[in-house]
Design a protein around this ligand. Structure first.
Ligand code: 2P0
Length: 339
């Protein structure tokens, strides 16, 4: 199934109710913020590349104040313009091409064009999930401008068509993305977990601001095509998801954060076994991991997770915050549940 057909399927009730006005902006502007999310149980591998349908379910937690604010307005010229953090991007850049292709899903011929002004307060494409919050805020801003009044489930389905992890970026707190089994993807959406953990922190440890050498999309595909370890990944996820639920229920921090670290390392192990190999570790990444492990041996409850980039996210609780910052003075500390 093509993305456009998936949109038609999601829009079916809306089209019956509103007819063709669905394809026209109803307001001059649209605005939305979406937080970025960090997976504790990773999404790694697609069962459908076109629709971004994942092989497995995944579980994330949002960084509540870090993310993407998207302002949309009508643009009178004959093409969309994307402005990122105040700078107009080249129409030839990959990011702009992806956004235009996404807007084309909702556009009948050349009826309208938009100025898409995105303010991101996280590094672009350095494994801090900028495409997740980018597409989540874009679909929410479109929902505002076109007055679709879609449910959160529908927004999650649509966000997924832009970028898989965007399906999880519509809420704060813990979010589970159900893999689903249907080939049309209508059962592959995310939902928030009714669970708060006011004492939980994440620290972004920036090893580099450089863009990643290989995209997640390409890396996932190569892993499926060439890693013999990948066959074990769905089993690892199934087991970890059970443990995550137990850890959340019991508020067992070391079980939660330890499982997140183990899950991330297993994902990277599948990548190391690809051919050609994929290695998102830099020497500084490994040095930081060794430091975490040493601190843990010394009694500090500190864990990490790592995505498709060299940076680490440290996981800890409030009582250890000062000690963690002492060990990593440049850490960008985020309280995951703000009152
Ligand atoms: C995640 N990552 O669960 C995993 C862990 C990176 C490592 O989701 O191709 O940008 O747009 O569906 O969502 C990054 O992949 O990939 C990602 P597409 P996406 O957060």
């Amino acid at each position: 199934m093509k993305k456009f057909d998936a949109v038609q399927l999601i829009f079916q009730p809306l089209l019956q109710q509103k007819g063709d006005s669905v394809w026209q902006p109803q307001r001059e502007k649209g605005l939305a913020f979406a937080p970025t999310n960090i997976a504790l149980c990773k999404y790694w591998g697609k069962r459908d590349e076109e629709l971004n349908l994942p092989m497995t379910s995944s579980l994330s937690v949002a960084l509540p104040e870090k993310g993407s604010m998207t302002h949309l307005s009508l643009h009178n010229k004959n093409e969309d313009v994307v402005v990122l953090n105040g700078e107009a991007l080249s129409p030839d850049s990959q990011f702009v091409k992806r956004i235009k292709a996404y807007l084309d899903l909702f556009r009948q011929e050349n009826t309208w064009h938009l100025l898409i002004d995105i303010q991101l307060n996280i590094p672009v494409a350095a494994g801090v999930a900028s495409s997740a919050c980018g597409f989540a805020s874009l679909i929410s801003a479109l929902n505002d401008m076109f007055v679709w009044q879609l449910s959160m489930r529908d927004l999650s389905l649509l966000a997924r068509l832009g970028s898989g992890s965007a399906a999880r970026s519509l809420w704060t707190g813990f979010v589970e993305w159900h893999a689903g089994v249907q080939s049309d993807g209508m059962d592959s959406y995310a939902e928030p977990l009714k669970m708060e953990w006011s004492d939980l922190y994440m620290g972004i440890l920036l090893v580099t601001r450089e863009e990643k050498s290989i995209s997640s999309r390409e890396a996932m595909q190569r892993t499926i095509d060439s890693s013999v370890l990948y066959a074990n990944w769905p089993r690892k996820v199934a087991r970890d998801m059970v443990i995550f639920r137990q850890a959340l229920q019991a508020k067992n921090f070391s079980l939660l954060a330890g499982t997140a670290e183990s899950n991330a390392l297993t994902m990277h192990a599948t990548m190391l076994s690809c051919w050609p190999p994929i290695c998102y570790f830099m020497p500084e990444t490994i040095a930081a991991m060794q430091r975490v492990w040493q601190l843990r041996r010394d009694g500090l409850e500190l864990y990490f997770t790592q995505d498709a980039g060299p940076n680490l996210k440290l996981i800890f609780t409030g009582k250890n915050k000062d000690k963690v910052v002492e060990a990593f003075p440049d850490l960008d500390v985020v309280k995951l549940f703000v009152e």
